[in-house]
Design a protein around this ligand. Structure first.
Ligand SMILES: Cc1cc2nc3c(=O)[nH]c(=O)nc-3n(C[C@H](O)[C@H](O)[C@H](O)COP(=O)(O)OP(=O)(O)OC[C@H]3O[C@@H](n4cnc5c(N)ncnc54)[C@H](O)[C@@H]3O)c2cc1C
Length: 592
């Protein structure tokens, strides 16, 4: 049976010793005293360990079922959902006026990791609701906010996001779902959406669908798209539920993972919908909340790697196989545990150094979102906008790789469902695809984000690294394996950027052929920077005589591993980028 332990200590380290939360001056961060955040994270951890983790395999094996138009979730999901509701977990970072607690997003992100690691499919019912709430907050009218947000915050009602149609996913300009205006100001929505996460289920009284559709007069492509609220049950003026709307589940998709989440084909047959925001400006409304939604998916990538790593580590300590080449380490047994072998160590160190770096990167990203929203800080807004495709694309690509590494530690047992390792890899796989497939994240990074605001956010990022290197040039702990690799990797990244600037205009394919390499390169530099920040904090803690010396010494050693063994990947990515479009585009389509 796989197990899970909430990494509260590591999150506390990041919040208080790396991000120095209470000293940031961000409104609301003064509440984030260590005792307070520990209490919240520990409480969430208990729920994750005791309630959600035991249901993870149940959801995987049972899946969801559609019977007579009703979607049923796996055994135990309803009770667990009631506990999430009762605890008010969904409203942690949502506005108080709608029943939330208005706590910083950075704390909600920490809690989110615990819920996603322990049961990704289950957490998506809440996660999609959060996304829908953010879209209504960003673009909805006051009346819509009052009608929908309190019940969605409390999870009495859940939410969905309906973009994808059978013939279009990435290219949403092709959407065919129609919205016809009615005399009372509402719209009749007709069309089919596919792959809709948490599309329907038996855990809430109502489901509020946010649907992209085309209303007359908007023109071709994405410009003609508007956003609509389409409730499963019409909400009456007094807030009570009225008639069933013209929306139904066509089927539940059979899929590779996240079986506990109902991925639905949704049929809209003249369903009543209400316009959100301005007509024909639906894409803008939807994309306002994109940074958060994509950060949430990036988090799924490393959160699955975290639970896979925890179990691989336990297995490597327990499974006896072969002897250490340097001499027996388990004389009482007939073999040594797997963990004595350097190649097993390599896999565990890859996983550990990735997950801890990714956690730091994600919490730093969440803190930038708080800074942008709560301080109206345009520099933070620019930076998080630049980093969002990196968080989404890099952390999900690598997160998936790490679940495979964890599976590898188990040998053949990793391939057998009973051990649970296959589920982590299968569940993690989707995060590379939805919320904008990773190839498209890389295009967004290279094609739009690098040049945004005349390249200001990209320059600000390099200034951050340069400033850090300069400020810490004399720090002996950082000189030992941190500063030089970070400097070299950052230089590789800048060289790649120059290559795009010099060649991209002449031949756009030269930039696009290297976009995924660039996204990975950027991700490595970000994790290298995070490891340097963590090393600095741990070194300071050790010098101040911290009681948890082992934790900090381990941090310093793990970071050195990342700098020595992972960060040099930027050199390979740079070489690929500099080879340009030619090797990639050399074959005619017919020659494949
Ligand atoms: C389990 C699951 C849950 C989902 N949940 C939701 C949901 O809740 N709501 C929702 O609306 N959708 C949802 N989706 C849909 C998901 O967001 C899309 O599948 C995804 O955006 C990709 O679209 P597509 O499948 O049509 O692929 P396509 O757009 O056909 O893309 C195919 C491939 O081509 C690449 N590609 C496309 N265009 C370009 C380009 N211009 N340049 C380079 N490469 C390109 C893509 O990166 C991808 O690798 C879900 C999907 C799944 C499988």
């Amino acid at each position: 049976m796989p197990t899970y332990t909430a990494p509260v200590k590591d999150m506390q380290f990041l919040l208080h010793e790396v991000l120095n939360a209470t000293a940031t001056g961000i409104p609301g961060y003064d509440e984030l005293e260590p005792d307070f955040t520990a209490a919240i994270l520990e409480e969430a951890g208990k729920l994750a360990e005791g309630v959600l983790a035991p249901l993870n395999a149940v959801g995987d094996t049972e899946g969801c079922r559609l019977e007579n138009g009703v979607v049923y979730t796996p055994t135990g999901f309803k009770d667990a959902f009631a506990q999430i509701k009762e605890g008010g977990w969904n409203g942690l970072d949502l506005p108080e006026e709608f029943g939330g607690q208005n706590l910083p997003y950075v704390l909600a992100t920490g809690v989110g990791e615990l819920f996603v690691s322990s049961n990704m499919a289950f957490n998506m019912y809440q996660g999609l609701t959060h996304g829908a709430i953010n879209a209504i907050l960003a673009a909805g009218s006051d009346a819509q906010k009052t009608t929908y947000l309190p019940k969605m915050t409390s999870l009495e009602w859940t939410g969905t996001m309906n973009l994808t149609e059978p013939h279009c996913g990435t290219d949403l300009g092709l959407i065919r779902t129609k919205a016809e205006p009615q005399d009372d100001g509402s719209y009749k929505i007709t069309g089919q959406k596919i792959f809709i996460s948490a599309g329907d289920h038996d855990m809430s009284e109502n489901v509020i669908h946010l649907v992209l559709a085309k209303a007359p007069g908007g023109g071709e492509g994405t410009k003609g798209i508007s956003l609509f609220i389409v409730p499963k049950f019409i909400v009456k003026d007094d807030g009570s539920l009225g008639d069933r709307n013209g929306v139904s589940v066509g089927k539940i998709e059979e899929k590779m993972g996240i079986h506990g989440n109902a991925t639905c084909v949704m049929n809209y047959d003249g369903a009543t919908g209400y316009l959100v925001g301005d007509l024909h400006k639906g894409m803008r409304a939807m994309f306002v909340m994109m940074n958060e939604a994509r950060l949430g998916v990036g988090l799924q990538g490393y959160a699955q790697a975290e639970i896979a790593y925890q179990n691989a580590l336990a297995y490597a300590k327990d499974r006896l196989q072969g002897r250490a080449v340097t001499g027996t380490e388990n004389p009482g047994g007939n073999a040594d545990p797997l963990i004595v072998h350097p190649d097993i160590r390599r896999m565990l160190m890859d996983q550990k150094s990735f997950v801890e770096g990714a956690r730091a990167f994600t919490l730093w990203g969440a803190h930038l979102i708080d800074r942008a929203h709560r301080l109206d800080d345009s520099q933070a807004e620019g930076l998080i906008s630049l980093l969002t495709p990196v968080i989404k694309g890099f952390l999900t690509d690598k997160g998936f790789d790490m679940t495979i590494q964890a599976q590898q530690v188990y040998g053949g047992h990793g391939y057998i469902e009973e051990w649970g390792m296959s589920q982590y890899a299968r569940d993690a796989r989707i995060a590379m695809i939805y919320e904008g497939a990773n190839g498209v994240q890389a295009l967004d990074l290279v094609g739009r984000k690098l040049a945004a605001e005349g390249g200001k956010p990209a320059m600000a990022f390099f200034e951050l690294i340069k400033g850090f290197l300069k400020e810490n040039a004399e720090n002996e702990a950082l000189k030992d394996g941190y500063l030089e690799p970070l400097k070299a990797a950052s230089k590789d990244l800048q060289t790649a950027m120059m290559f795009f600037m010099e060649n991209g205009m002449k031949n756009p394919n030269a930039a696009l052929a290297g976009s995924t390499d660039f996204m990975h390169m950027f991700g490595h530099v970000c994790l290298g920077y995070m490891w340097a920040l963590m090393a600095k904090a741990s070194d300071a803690a050790l010098k101040a005589g911290a009681s948890d010396a082992t934790f900090h010494e381990t941090k310093l050693k793990t970071g050195r591993y990342y700098m020595a063994r992972q960060l040099p990947a930027t050199g390979m990515h740079l070489a690929r980028i500099q080879s340009g479009a030619e090797p990639v585009m050399a074959l005619d389509a017919e020659a494949f």
